[in-house]
Design a protein around this ligand. Structure first.
Ligand SMILES: [Zn+2]
Length: 314
């Protein structure tokens, strides 16, 4: 890619980053703070950095491994609406834009909504269940697939004490698959890792919880006996912080389409169809726990507004 086109992608990333940080509730300050820390550390717009690194790492025919997984019974029997849409949009974009062969993993309960959304989006990929409490499964998967990139979108991950927390600070380790082994294995093999998150308890935020930034960052304290914070300490090579994780994934796709010169982003109407499919398949709002066309408490109209704005970035 030429210097000029990479500068253009960076400008798209600057706009996309801002759109994806749209404050969706009164607690928006938390994500702005996480964003500033991630931006300071990575020294570039986050969405375009992820897109540029992916376009460098992934060649036609390469496998890419994507994942999501947040929320468990009783409140969220099939996971939440944040994550599956972002993964589906990104998987399709990597397939059509870079020729990748996407594999998507998640906890068994989230496969229904994922399958439904992938179908609506028309994304060609292989869906695999990822078991809870079996770290070696991650090593094996990386060994078998030899992916060119490993990408997580809204995948809850463990803090330095090995405890996975939800955003309320509860210990949800038993009901969520840990992908530490998978990320360790990817790192050992020099495979690009990229992550999107919105609270700090998701995979990728290890980039911000190292000793050099932890004292300043202060991710929310947990409310379980581990007495740690909810901050996940699994690092990714590139971390995208957005107000809602789906949006960060869409932002990366906005930058990818600028790189490959082909329309990859979906319309506000397609956003509605995907969200409807996810909810019909059992996904619920991760904040309100309601079976509504909402993501993290934000209405469908807000999701569609973000799509309108991302679609307008040239
Ligand atoms: Zn804890």
């Amino acid at each position: 890619m030429t210097g000029r086109s990479s500068a253009r992608t960076r400008k798209v990333g600057e706009e996309a980053d801002r759109i994806c940080l749209f404050p969706r509730d009164a607690r928006g300050g938390d994500v702005q703070r996480l964003y500033r820390a991630a931006r300071r550390l990575q020294k570039a717009p986050l969405t375009s950095l992820a897109a540029l690194r992916l376009s460098e790492a992934v060649r036609s025919g390469d496998a890419v491994l994507l994942m999501t997984g947040a929320g468990a019974p009783p409140e969220l029997p099939a996971g939440e609406t944040d994550g599956p849409l972002g993964v589906a949009v990104l998987a399709r974009a990597l397939h059509l834009g870079l020729g990748a062969r996407p594999f998507v993993i998640s906890e068994e309960r989230s496969l229904g909504p994922l399958r439904a959304v992938l179908q609506v989006r028309g994304a060609t990929c292989t869906l695999l269940p990822f078991p809870c409490g079996r770290e070696e499964a991650g090593y094996r998967l990386v060994e078998e697939l030899r992916p060119a990139a490993v990408i997580s979108v809204e995948k809850l991950g463990p803090n330095p004490k090995g405890v996975i927390h939800d955003m309320r600070g509860r210990n949800v380790s038993a009901s969520h698959a840990s992908v530490r082994g998978l990320f360790d294995s990817a790192r050992e093999r020099g495979i690009l890792t990229a992550a999107v998150g919105d609270r700090g308890n998701e995979v990728g935020f290890g980039l911000l919880t190292g000793p050099e930034v932890r004292p300043r960052l202060r991710t929310a304290r947990c409310r379980c006996p581990c007495r740690g914070t909810i901050g996940c300490d699994i690092r990714a090579d590139v971390l995208v912080v957005s107000a809602i994780s789906n949006w960060g994934a869409y932002g990366v796709v906005a930058c990818l389409q600028s790189i490959v010169g082909r329309r990859l982003l979906h319309t506000p109407q397609e956003e509605a169809a995907m969200l409807d499919a996810a909810v019909r398949a059992g996904a619920r709002d991760g904040v309100t726990h309601a079976s509504t066309l909402t993501v993290d408490g934000a209405d469908l109209a807000v999701q569609q507004a973000v799509m309108t704005l991302l679609g307008a970035v040239k």
